[in-house]
Design a protein around this ligand. Structure first.
Ligand code: GLY
Length: 561
């Protein structure tokens, strides 16, 4: 599907115009930032107090997270920025997703017998796509911000030079990826302490990363994607079995896309569009759920209906979705009224559908701890909802020597082989097969949601579970819950395959589990809680802001009066 079609979808599903007039009046006395790390939240707040707008603050938060949360996002990764320019009442999505290198092909991760080589798309230089975050920083500064990169990157450069202290969260992430980090000398020197998990308060200093950030501040796009920096990255990637070329970097482009939109019972959702599957999967789920009165159902029936809608939409994800510049995703068909009604009618209130019965085309692994999200509203009412990633914790665990840039392992988000699950247990079809220059399908779902009275900027990390977490957050927002209640609510998830409802410990009590099992659902308690949601809620009448950072993480939310 091309951008024109996306625009059509966007307009078609946004009949509510009165909302925007109310929003435009909202230039408000408060601003807020919620992010996954206190140093990043503060860096963004400092930029707002220096006269920057939400987009400048987004640059500072992105760059600081790249330094202090290296297990989640970084210059070597990608992401999606959903922007709302208040004065023009304009929504736009910056697609800063990684792209496959020119030398990539659909059998890149298969051995001679056609089997997927375990770990090849997750660890090391071959697993890295061409990064988009540095281009996003430059694009934001050149097109949306008010301040130069020499100001907005100051905090990140300083934290790289002076270091930041190791906390328990950092230690946990390192333990999860210790072996892979030990395998790369540059990564081990930067992120470990003599090859082992660093002690608490040990300082992670990243001098090479500071130089790279300074190059971006001085020379913009060329500072990262061209010249000496590009040569250094390509040389080291190739030395370690990767396939990057100079041309891959020089031709990287940010794509501005129309976000997806859907109205659920009068609530307007704007969310990331393809190549993120988030907006489209949410559109299918919410349009199915709009056919029911789930708000009036008892708990087991409500969860049953939500799970059935998740199953159907994740099946669509697996079968149809991929980079719209490479495959024709039948968006109009997927969300057409007639089809949605048929899908809704297929939900039996008395019995769960077996996923195996859906047209054919693994427990999700990890704890939903990779990736990051931040939310921003400034005093002019501009908004940024951004979800950024290097994929698995510490990405590929490969640092390009001399640059400090930790590369992503986002190539794993492609389908290495149809039907074989990726690291999140997600399966897919040819629509998400590897092709040179193609962007891998994502679940990142930065969103902005609006009712008659309130607006929320919302998102979370969490791999394949991002979309269902955002869904539950949106449904809580619809029921007028506070920002705190939204980020801290219990979570459950279904992604078509494996055919199980996964839920956080203690979220479902025994009678509820029994009721769901009686309906035919397989249920599975997760070992850990998951997600790290960052939410800002604006009350449209009073202009009051609430901001909340998920208590599962170490982030912080701050309001600027
Ligand atoms: N790497 C996780 C995602 O983009 O969905």
């Amino acid at each position: 599907m091309n951008n024109k079609t996306l625009l059509f979808v966007f307009l078609t599903f946004f009949p509510v115009s009165s909302f925007s007039q109310i929003s435009a009046e909202l230039a408000t006395s408060q601003a807020a930032i919620a992010s996954a790390h206190p140093l990043a939240t503060q860096a963004g707040i400092d930029i707002l107090t220096q006269g920057g707008n939400a987009f400048d603050a987004a640059i500072a938060v992105t760059a600081t997270l790249a330094v202090v949360e290296p297990y989640s996002s970084g210059l070597g990764g990608g992401g999606f920025y959903l922007l709302h320019q208040s004065e023009a009442d304009r929504y736009v999505m910056l697609d800063a997703r990684e792209k496959a290198p020119i030398r990539a092909h659909k059998e890149l991760y298969l051995d001679k017998t056609g089997q997927v080589v375990s770990g090849a798309s997750i660890n090391g230089a071959l697993s890295a796509g061409i990064p988009g975050i540095p281009a996003a920083l430059v694009h934001l500064a050149e097109n949306y911000g008010k301040l130069p990169l020499s100001k907005t990157l100051v905090a990140a450069i300083s934290f790289s030079q002076q270091g930041f202290p190791v906390d328990e969260y950092y230690q946990r992430m390192v333990r999860f990826r210790l072996t892979a980090l030990q395998e790369n000398k540059a990564a081990s020197e930067i992120f470990l302490q003599q090859g082992a998990v660093p002690e608490l308060d040990y300082r992670i200093v990243q001098k090479d990363l500071a130089k790279t950030l300074q190059l971006i501040a001085d020379s913009g796009f060329a500072g990262f994607y061209q010249n000496e920096q590009a040569w250094m990255m390509v040389k080291d990637v190739r030395k370690h079995g990767g396939i990057w070329t100079i041309k891959d970097l020089a031709t990287y482009k940010i794509k501005e896309r129309s976000p997806d939109g859907v109205v659920y019972k009068g609530m307007k959702l704007t969310a990331a569009s393809l190549p993120s599957s988030g907006g489209l999967v949410l559109s299918v789920i919410l349009r199915i759920l709009a056919e029911f009165d789930i708000e009036k159902m008892d708990e087991a029936q409500r969860i049953h209906h939500i799970v059935e809608a998740m199953r159907l939409a994740y099946h669509d994800r697996a079968e149809y979705m991929g980079d719209p510049d490479f495959v024709d995703v039948p968006v109009d068909y997927l969300i057409s009224d007639s089809r949605i009604k048929l899908l809704a009618a297929s939900i039996n209130p008395h019995t769960a559908t077996a996923s195996a019965l859906l047209k054919s085309i693994a427990q999700p692994s990890g704890n939903g701890i990779d990736t990051t999200h931040f939310s921003i509203i400034d005093k002019q009412g501009n908004k940024v909802s951004a979800t950024l990633s290097i994929n698995y914790p510490f990405g590929s665990c490969f640092v390009a020597e001399g640059t400090g840039v930790l590369l992503n392992d986002e190539m794993d988000d492609f389908v290495s082989k149809p039907g074989v699950p990726n690291v999140y247990g997600l399966v897919g079809s040819h629509a998400n097969a590897i092709k040179p220059g193609k962007r891998m399908l994502s679940s990142m779902t930065p969103s902005i949601v609006e009712t008659q009275n309130r607006i929320a900027v919302i998102g979370t990390p969490g791999g394949s579970r991002i979309i269902t977490m955002v869904l539950l957050g949106i449904l809580d927002f619809y029921e007028n819950k506070s920002a705190d209640e939204i980020v801290n609510a219990g979570r459950f998830h279904h992604q078509y395959l494996p055919d199980k409802i996964f839920y956080e410990p203690t979220v479902f009590d025994e009678p509820l589990v029994k009721a769901l099992q009686k309906l035919g659902h397989n249920t599975k308690t997760m070992d850990n809680v998951y997600g790290n949601m960052q939410v800002i809620v604006l009350d449209k009448k009073s202009g009051q802001i609430e901001a909340a950072s998920d208590s599962r993480g170490i982030g912080s939310a701050k309001i600027l009066h």
